[in-house]
Design a protein around this ligand. Structure first.
Ligand code: HEC
Ligand code: HEC
Length: 362
């Protein structure tokens, strides 16, 4: 088990309190009901215990040993805004990625720190790097339970129906990829282990790792279970003009409003639920821009992000943080979404605002 310093745990305290304070402030607002964050309570006692252990793992500030390369020392540095499981606060430096032809997603983290003499020392980042937006994790366990078959049925890699929108799921190391901006993992187990490795410089036992950087399987499983049980954003989509425009402009061809989760006996609370995440979890060609990619994922391909809860998150938006506002995010679409984007640009301002208001309510 990796060592945690007591100070680390003490430091984790205030961050959690801050998240709590945000939730409280939100509760005081009249409508809609905005209790973002928290977990769906598992019925099984052991699962409950694992989920709370996982919550601790997600918040723990680790002190990796000398020589470790890392981006941050705890998960919540980039997944806390506006509640635990959210995105990077604007005060935290952005994640930078560098080109890497050996990686499925085409890039790998440009490491920001190395641990030297008990202090984190900044690494020089010399290569050309791109920004990478962290993603909110609310409801992610239910996204994992949408059956592959349901998503593959939405895919149309050769655009047989000729509507200009294709969409595909890549085969990756652990199945049909659906997580991350480049669909690099099929399972949360796969993504979480990779997050420990690339963000915190920690992994399951390997003789090259010191004891301080070694996790046991139980710790990994607990972290994953905590994320699985994170509640989806509690939203009530607006009706009216914005919703009509969303349909008319074909936004829903990629931001698929509704899915039903599959059955999994291990997670009965997450099974067979109707959810409204507004994503097809497929990769789409999004046109030119500061994109990247190698190997099996084309440079222009980006996975459709879920839009649920986006109204709670402040920008920047898009995978490379290139949009400050939701209006800019829509204008930043291209490639397969070109027709939707130009239709949006042609709308009168009032209609554009109605669509943005609708997105904010999802
Ligand atoms: C330095 C910032 C940073 C830290 C620390 C961090 N993440 Fe992330 N997280 C990101 C970014 C950036 C992405 C988007 C990654 C991508 O697609 O390339 C992401 C994506 C994810 C996703 C996939 C979300 C989706 O919708 O597919 C999961 C799961 C996740 N992180 C879990 C974790 C866990 C667990 C930890 C701690 C072990 C962690 N993250 C620590 C920045 C961070
Ligand atoms: C061809 C599929 C497709 C269509 C059609 C489409 N989108 Fe998207 N959308 C995406 C993808 C993929 C991304 C991520 C792009 C990126 O990060 O560069 C995205 C990103 C977004 C974002 C930013 C989300 C975030 O977390 O940063 C918003 C908002 C959005 N879309 C709204 C819309 C609206 C409104 C429409 C209709 C006018 C629309 N989209 C049409 C695929 C699509």
């Amino acid at each position: 088990m990796a060592r945690q310093r007591l100070t680390a745990l003490l430091l984790a305290g205030p961050a959690l309190c801050v998240a709590g304070a945000v939730a409280l402030r939100q509760e005081a607002e009249p409508e809609p009901e905005v209790r973002l964050g928290g977990v769906i309570q598992p019925e099984d006692r052991l699962t409950q215990r694992m989920v709370s252990l996982g919550r601790g793992m997600f918040a723990t500030q680790w002190t990796p040993d000398e020589g470790t390369l890392f981006n941050e020392r705890r998960c919540i540095r980039c997944h806390i805004e506006p509640a635990v499981g959210g995105v990077r606060p604007q005060s935290t430096p952005t994640v930078m990625m560098r080109w890497d032809t050996g990686s499925i997603s085409g890039t790998s983290n440009a490491r920001r720190f190395r641990w030297v003499g008990g202090k984190p020392v900044a690494e020089a980042v010399t290569d050309t790097v791109v920004r990478r937006k962290s993603q909110p994790l609310f409801g992610i366990g239910q996204l994992e339970l949408i059956p592959d078959s349901a998503l593959l049925a939405l895919a149309d890699p050769t655009d047989k129906d000729g509507n200009g929108i294709s969409g595909r799921m890549p085969k990756v190391s652990d199945g049909w990829g659906r997580f991350g901006w480049k669909s690099s993992f099929a399972t949360l187990d796969g993504f979480v282990r990779d997050a420990y490795r690339v963000e915190l410089g920690m992994d399951l036992y390997d003789e090259k790792l010191g004891p301080d950087r070694t996790l046991d399987q139980n710790q990994l499983d607990a972290t994953t279970l905590f994320l699985r049980y994170l509640k989806q954003p509690p939203t009530v989509p607006r009706k009216g003009r914005g919703a009509e425009l969303f349909a008319q402009l074909n936004c829903g061809s990629c931001h698929t409003p509704e899915h039903v989760t599959g059955k999994n006996a291990k997670f009965p609370e997450l099974s067979g639920r109707t959810i409204r995440p507004y994503t097809d979890l497929l990769l789409h060609e999004m046109g030119d821009g500061p994109l990247h990619g190698e190997g099996k994922i084309a440079p222009q391909e980006v996975r459709t992000p879920p839009l649920w809860g986006i109204g709670y998150m402040s920008g920047p938006y898009l995978h490379d943080e290139s949009a400050t506002t939701l209006d800019q995010a829509i204008r930043g679409h291209g490639g397969e979404a070109s027709a939707s984007k130009s239709a949006y640009e042609k709308l009168p301002e009032g209609e554009q605002a109605a669509l943005v208001k609708f997105i904010e309510s999802l």
